[in-house]
Design a protein. Structure first.
Length: 65
């Protein structure tokens, strides 16, 4: 059973990455979140997921320096 009342908590830097993807692709943050959860399956969604992973890795690497 899913608890639909709970929202996943994102770190602040993750929301920055999501906003960057929103600007890059010209899509809503809702679509970005749906793509990351796997609710959307398209070529664009696959690119979003790949870019997200890359950007989060870069942010984490920068924060660890």
């Amino acid at each position: 059973m899913h608890n639909y009342n709970q929202k996943k908590k994102y770190n602040k830097y993750v929301s920055v990455v999501i906003n960057r993807l929103k600007d890059k692709y010209g899509l809503s943050t809702q679509y970005i979140h749906q793509s990351l959860r796997g609710d959307r399956v398209s070529e664009t969604s696959e690119k979003i997921v790949a870019d997200y992973k890359l950007l989060v890795a870069e942010v984490e690497k920068a924060l660890l320096k």
